[in-house]
Design a protein around this ligand. Structure first.
Ligand code: FMN
Length: 355
């Protein structure tokens, strides 16, 4: 049997990833005090066979919070919590990036003492926020002032510094899934008329300034940016998806960003053009794909040079030793969606490895 390309190492000047089976960022909502803890460390250590782990979304500030029981990376205690995680992953031979998260309008007043969540613009939209009392409809946000935009960029830089202090190998700017940087990027949610709105040069500014903040701390090779042009989650939309996202990709290329983490379903409905190959052509760093990949389609993505690595989400929840299962072509355990975002060690650290 020839070895799977998914399992071959990936070397750069900065990293030696032991394989191309990477773990996608996944919110698990098991941090009641907003800190990573021993259980978090065990969960990630169990999955350290991944070539790279990207952590669950971690809030960069109080204002960034928009989900119950999710950890942050903006206090001394949170840095201490994450240090347990990075140590456990490194001891097990893994690498781990922190995903820097600001939920923007997707948050809820319940997280902010009744104050409105912030966004590029005051645009009504339909989504749900996961509050301590359960899912609630989101509200129309208020627009950030120019000063607040600058202080939010400083929050990204401080969070990146905190991630470095906590021992992370790099950071990923969460520019996907309808959270704050995506809200600036797409014209459905950004109606500003200042330097952060209007033409794509302006709408991309927030994402790029957040990326630059991460680069100032970690250097470009240790920064990943996650984009999701075709994810309508959080009521997102843009009048020219391809133009918008290719601009962003070219701007990230100009910055020599190390990793572009591109979300686009492995299978698109008939008639829709895949944007991943277009993005791949424009980006010379590591190009990583996600959404709906399995062993076969992931292998094809590497073999056809669509991507350098593939991230797997739900498969890593229930198969902590996923690379080894791929190697053996072993049966994959199904995950239980009812414990994705609620609960304790069950559905979290109790999925056994093979044997
Ligand atoms: C429980 C769960 C939590 C998630 N949390 C995040 C997150 O914090 N940040 C993020 O960028 N994506 C998040 N996602 C999306 C995953 O990273 C991934 O894109 C998605 O699961 C599709 O990949 P898959 O088909 O391999 O599961 C989450 C997905 C799941 C299932």
């Amino acid at each position: 049997m020839t070895e799977l390309k998914l399992l071959t190492p990936l070397k750069t000047d900065t990293f030696e990833f032991k394989n191309r089976v990477w773990m996608a960022p996944m919110t698990r909502a098991r941090s009641p005090n907003r800190e990573a803890n021993d259980l978090t460390a065990l969960y990630y250590a169990q999955r350290s066979a991944a070539g790279l782990i990207i952590s669950e979304g971690t809030q960069i500030s109080e204002q960034a919070i928009g989900w119950t029981n999710t950890p942050g990376i903006h206090t001394t205690e949170q840095i201490e919590g994450w240090r347990k995680v990075t140590r456990a992953v490194h001891d097990a031979g893994g690498l781990i990036f922190a995903q820097l998260w600001h939920t923007g309008r997707a948050s809820h007043p319940d997280f902010h003492g009744g104050a409105l969540p912030v966004a590029p613009s005051e645009v009504p939209f339909n989504s749900q926020a996961f509050t301590p009392e359960g899912p609630k409809p989101t509200v129309t946000p208020r627009a950030l002032t120019l000063d607040e935009i600058q202080s939010t960029i400083r929050d990204y830089e401080a969070a990146a510094r905190a991630a470095k202090a906590a021992g992370f190998d790099g950071v990923e700017v969460h520019g996907a899934n309808g959270y704050l940087p995506a809200q600036f990027l797409e014209d459905g949610s950004n109606k500003r008329t200042d330097a952060y709105g209007g033409p794509i040069e302006n709408r991309a500014r927030f994402l790029l300034e957040a990326t630059d903040a991460a680069i100032r701390v970690f250097g470009e090779a240790r920064v990943s940016v996650r984009l999701s042009p075709r994810v309508p989650y959080n009521d997102m939309g843009d009048s020219d998806l391809e133009g918008t996202y290719m601009f962003a990709v070219e701007a990230l290329e100009a910055r020599k960003v190390g990793i572009l983490h591109f979300m686009e379903p492995a299978q698109l409905p008939e008639g829709l053009k895949l944007l991943a190959p277009e993005a791949r052509k424009r980006f010379s760093g590591l190009f990583v794909v996600n959404v709906g990949y399995d062993r076969e389609s992931g292998e094809r993505a590497i073999a056809t040079n669509l991507a350098d690595a593939v991230t797997f989400g739900t498969l890593f929840i229930s198969n902590p030793d996923l690379p080894e299962r791929f190697r053996q072509n072993a049966a994959l355990a199904p995950s239980d969606p009812s414990s994705y975002y609620v609960g304790d060690e069950r559905g979290y650290v109790d999925y056994p490895p093979l044997g």
